[in-house]
Design a binder for this molecule. Sequence first.
Ligand code: NAP
Length: 265
Amino acid sequence: MREESIQGKTAFITGASSGIGKAVAEQFAMHKANVVITGRRIERLEAFAKELEQKYKVKALPIQLDVTNSVEVQQVIEKLPMQVDFLINNAGLALSTDKIQDGSIKNWEMMIDTNVKGLLYVTRAILPSMVKRNQGYIINIGSIAGHETYVGGNIYSATKHAVIAISNSLRQDLLGTMIRVSTISPGAVETEFSHVRFNDKEKAKQLYKGFQPLVADDIADTVLYCATRPAHVNVAEMIVFPQAQASARDIYREGQEVVSPFGKK
Ligand SMILES: NC(=O)c1ccc[n+]([C@@H]2O[C@H](COP(=O)([O-])OP(=O)(O)OC[C@H]3O[C@@H](n4cnc5c(N)ncnc54)[C@H](OP(=O)(O)O)[C@@H]3O)[C@@H](O)[C@H]2O)c1
C-alpha cells in the first residue's frame, strides 16, 4: 500500500511539552513535517523546538497555549503564520482517583475544561480552514477509559467517553469533505500522566511496576501510521494496550495470580 508523505506539511500538537504529544512532535519532525508545539510550559517547548530544528531541519514553532482558555485559543490560531494540515488533540489529564462521593469539583472542572472543552475550542478554531481547503486530518487522543469505567476513574472516564463521541460526531459532520478524523485510545503509557494524577512521583512509579507499560513513542507510532495512510483511508479508532493489559482494569503484574471477578474457582 502506498504511504502518503507528511513531508512539508504542518502538524499542530496540543500538550507537546511532555509524554505522547512530545513523541508525536518528534516523529512528525523526523518525517520532515513542520510542527507547531503548544502547551503551558513554554520554556520546555522553546528548548524542544530548537532541538527539533537542529536535528531534523524543519520548522518548529513553540507557542504557549492553555487549551482551557477559549479566547487565547482563538487568538493563537488566528495569528498562525501557516495552514494546519494535521491537528493532534493530545493535551489532557486525569486528577486523582477519588470516588465521586469524595470528589473535588475543582478537579472535575479541570478535567472537563481540558479534555473536553479544550479539545473543542482548538478544533472549532482550526477546522473551518480545513473545511475551506477541503483537506486536513484531526487525530484525537482518547483512552481505554473512553470505553470502560473503573473505580475512581469516573470523571476522567466521562471526559474520554466524550472524546470518542466528539470524534464520531466529527466524522459524521464532515461527511462529503476529504477531512479525516481518528481516535487513538491508549492503555497504560508511562509518561508524566500518573505524576500529574497522583501528585506523587513514587506512587506514579509503583503503578508501572511488574509489567512493561507502553512508552510515548508507541503511541506516536500509531498517530504516524494513521497520518500516512492514503487519502481514501480513515482509521476510525485504534485501541492500544501494553501486552500485559487486557482492559482498563486488568493489568497482569509479574507474580500476580489471575483471579476472576467472581472469585477463585
Ligand atoms: N499515559 C497514559 O497512560 C494515557 C493513557 C490513555 C490516554 N492518555 C492521554 O494521552 C494524552 C497525553 O497524556 P500523556 O500520557 O502524554 O501525559 P503527560 O506526559 O502528562 O502530558 C500531558 C500534556 O498535556 C498538556 N496539558 C495539560 N493541561 C493542559 C492545558 N490546560 N493546556 C495545554 N496543554 C495542557 C501538558 O502540557 P503543559 O503542562 O505544559 O501544559 C502535557 O504536555 C492525554 O490526553 C491523556 O489523557 C494517556
